[in-house]
Design a protein. Structure first.
Length: 569
C-alpha cells in the first residue's frame, strides 16, 4: 500500500510536468489558478439565473463538460507511461497491477481536483437561486440532483477521452497515435465550442415547451441533453422522451468509465513495452518543400539570409515535433476553427444563405479570427522551450545581429499564419464574391497580419523555443478582459474597416501604405532596442526569486555571528 501511495504522488506530479508548467511553486500556482479559472463560469452563471430553469441547467451542464474537457486535454500526454517511466520503474520488483492502480489513482485525484470546484459550488448556488426564483423542486433535493447530473457529465467527458486515447494507442501505435492525437484534439476543441453554439437552439426547443420526440430531435445528439434528461430522470419531472435521454446519458457514463478502466488495465503492459521502441530510422536527407526550392534560387540576404533561414526552419520543425507544443497549437486552432464554422453556419442558415454571396461583416471577420488566435498561439507557444537543457547551444553560438535573429521569429509567424490567412481570404473572396473584392480582402488581411506580427514582437529579445518560461509572468488571469477586448477590436473593428475599403481602392492603398510604414517603424524600434541590450535573453527572470535572494542576503548579513568555544584538551 505504501508503494501505491508513493507511486500515486509521483504520477500525479508527472501529469502536470512539462515545459509549460515547471516544477515547484509556479506549477502549484498554475494548477490552482487553472482550477479556479475552470470553475469561474459555472460559479458566475448561476448568479444571473433567469426563470428559464431548463435552459440555465443545460448551460451549466455544457460549461461543466467544456471545463473538464479542457483539463483532459492538458493532461493528455501524461496519462500513459513514456520511455523515461519505463526505463526507471521497469527494472524495479513492483507488480504491474500496482503501477496501474497508482496511475488510476493519480488520474482520479486530477479529476477530483478540477471537478470538485466546478461541480460543487454551482450546484449549491444554482439550487439556492432556482428555489428562490420559484423552482418547484425542493431546495436540498434540487442541489443534490444537479450535483449528480454535472458529476456524471464531467465523468463522461473525462473517461471518454481516456478510453479514446487507449484505443488510439492500441490500434495505431504510439507514434501514429501521436500524429492522430493532434487532429483529434482539434476536432474535440471544435466540438466543445460547438456545444456552446447550439445552446441557443436548445433553449428555444425547451423554452417553447416542445416535449415530443420530433421537437427534440434537433438536439437529441448533443451530450448536454443526455444529462439534462438525467436530471429530469432523477427528479422524476420529465416526459418519457427526456427520460430516455437520461437513461442514455447514464448508460454512456457507466460504459465510458468501464471501458476506460478495462482498456487502461488491459493495455498497460503492452503500451509500456511500446514506449521503449526507438524512433524509426530516418534518411540523411530531409525532403525540401516547394517554398524551400523557390527560396534556394533567391538572393541570400534579408528574408532568405542563412541565419534567418536556419532560425525559421528550427522554429517550424520544433513546433511540429514537440507533443506539448502541438497540443497547445491544436487547442488554439480548434477554437479558431469552431468560431469560423459557427459564424459561417449562422450566415448560411440566415435568409437562405444570401449573406454568403455578398461581402458582410461576419464573412469578412473569418480570416481575422483565424489570424488573431493563431498569431497569438505561435507567439505564446514559441516562448516556451522545447528542450531547456539544450539552451547552451544557442548561448554558445549567439548571433551578432540580434535584430536579424528576432526578425526570423517574425518571419515564422508570417509564414505560419499571416500568409495562409491571406490565402484563405483570397479563396473566400474568389468563391463567394468578385475578383476585385477577393484581392482587396486578401491584401487587407496580409497588411494587418504583417503589422500584428511585428507588434507582438516589439519588446522581444528571445529566439523561439530557446528561453526559459515562468507561467506566472503571463498574467493571463488578471489581464484576460484586455485580451478579450483586443480580440473583438481585431475582428469586429478591423472587419468593419475592411468592409468600408472594399469599394474604395484608393483609400485601401492609403491604408496599406500607412500600415506598412507603421510596421517598418515598429521594426526599427525593435532593432534599436535590441542593439542597446547586452545580448539575447535565454533565462527568464523569476520575480519571486529576486526578492527571495535579497531576503536571504539580508538575513545572512543581519544574523549574529557566534564563535564556538574551543574545549581544552
Amino acid at each position: 500500500m505504501d508503494q501505491i501511495r508513493l507511486l500515486t504522488r509521483t504520477f500525479f506530479a508527472r501529469l502536470f510536468e512539462s515545459d509549460l508548467m515547471p516544477e515547484g511553486l509556479p506549477q502549484v500556482q498554475l494548477v490552482l489558478w487553472g482550477a479556479l479559472l475552470a470553475a469561474m463560469p459555472t460559479i458566475g452563471y448561476p448568479m444571473i439565473v433567469r426563470r428559464a430553469f431548463d435552459s440555465d441547467r443545460v448551460m451549466l451542464i455544457t460549461l461543466t463538460m467544456v471545463a473538464i474537457g479542457v483539463v483532459s486535454l492538458i493532461v493528455w500526454d501524461g496519462v500513459f507511461p513514456d520511455r523515461r517511466d519505463v526505463r526507471i520503474l521497469g527494472p524495479l520488483p513492483i507488480p504491474t497491477h500496482r503501477f496501474v492502480l497508482a496511475r488510476l489513482a493519480s488520474l482520479g485525484q486530477v479529476f477530483l481536483l478540477f471537478a470538485a470546484p466546478v461541480c460543487i459550488p454551482q450546484s449549491i448556488i444554482f439550487g439556492l437561486m432556482a428555489a428562490g426564483a420559484g423552482d418547484p423542486i425542493p431546495r436540498l433535493y434540487g442541489i443534490l440532483a444537479h450535483f449528480v447530473t454535472v458529476a456524471f457529465a464531467a465523468t463522461f467527458v473525462f473517461c471518454s477521452l481516456i478510453a479514446t486515447q487507449c484505443l488510439l494507442l492500441v490500434l495505431f501505435g504510439r507514434r501514429a497515435a501521436q500524429a492522430a492525437s493532434m487532429s483529434f484534439q482539434v476536432l474535440f476543441a471544435v466540438g466543445l465550442v460547438q456545444m456552446l453554439v447550439f445552446l441557443g437552439e436548445i433553449g428555444r426547443a425547451l423554452g417553447q415547451g416542445v416535449r415530443s420526440a420530433d421537437g427534440l430531435s434537433v438536439v437529441a445528439m448533443l451530450p448536454p441533453m443526455w444529462f439534462f434528461g438525467l436530471y429530469k430522470l432523477v427528479t422524476n419531472t420529465g416526459t418519457a422522451t427526456i427520460a430516455a435521454f437520461g437513461q442514455f446519458g447514464l448508460a454512456a457514463t457507466v460504459g465510458s468509465a468501464a471501458l476506460a478502466l478495462l482498456l487502461y488495465a488491459g493495455t498497460y503492459s503492452h503500451l509500456s513495452r511500446r514506449a521503449l521502441d526507438g524512433p524509426p530510422p530516418q534518411g540523411a536527407r530531409v525532403p525540401r518543400s516547394a517554398v524551400s526550392r523557390v527560396l534556394q534560387h533567391a538572393p541570400r540576404r534579408g528574408f532568405n539570409s542563412p541565419m534567418r533561414t536556419a532560425i525559421r526552419q528550427f522554429a517550424i520543425r520544433s513546433l511540429v515535433r514537440s507533443r506539448t507544443h502541438r497540443m497547445m497549437f491544436a487547442v488554439y486552432a480548434g477554437v479558431a476553427l469552431a468560431l469560423v464554422t459557427s459564424s459561417a453556419i449562422s450566415v448560411a442558415v440566415r435568409n437562405h444563405g444570401a449573406g454568403l454571396w455578398t461581402p458582410g461583416l461576419t464573412m469578412l471577420t473569418l480570416p481575422l479570427i483565424v489570424q488573431f488566435l493563431l498569431m497569438v498561439a505561435v507567439r505564446v507557444i514559441m516562448s516556451i522551450p522545447t528542450e531547456p537543457k539544450a539552451r547552451w547551444v544557442f548561448r554558445a553560438c549567439e548571433p551578432i545581429d540580434r535584430g536579424e535573429a528576432v526578425s526570423a521569429f517574425r518571419d515564422t509567424m508570417v509564414m505560419l499564419v499571416a500568409i495562409p490567412s491571406a490565402i484563405f481570404a483570397m479563396v473566400q473572396g474568389l468563391i463567394f464574391w468578385t475578383i476585385p473584392a477577393a484581392v482587396s480582402h486578401a491584401a487587407f488581411c496580409l497588411a494587418v497580419g504583417l503589422f500584428f506580427a511585428e507588434l507582438l514582437l516589439t519588446r522581444t529579445a528571445k529566439l523561439p523555443f530557446a528561453c526559459t518560461y515562468f507561467p506566472g509572468k503571463s498574467r493571463v488571469f488578471a489581464l484576460w478582459p484586455l485580451y478579450l477586448m483586443a480580440f473583438f477590436f481585431y475582428t469586429l473593428v478591423l472587419g468593419a474597416i475592411d468592409f468600408a475599403l472594399l469599394t474604395r481602392p484608393g483609400k485601401l492603398a492609403i491604408f496599406i501604405t500607412c500600415t506598412i510604414v507603421a510596421t517598418g517603424l515598429f521594426a526599427w524600434y525593435r532593432r534599436r532596442t535590441l542593439a542597446e541590450q547586452p545580448g539575447l535573453r535565454f533565462e527568464e527572470e523569476d520575480p519571486d526569486a529576486i526578492f527571495q535572494g535579497f531576503q536571504l542576503s539580508e538575513g545572512l548579513a543581519a544574523a549574529p555571528r557566534t564563535v564556538e568555544p574551543i574545549s581544552a584538551p
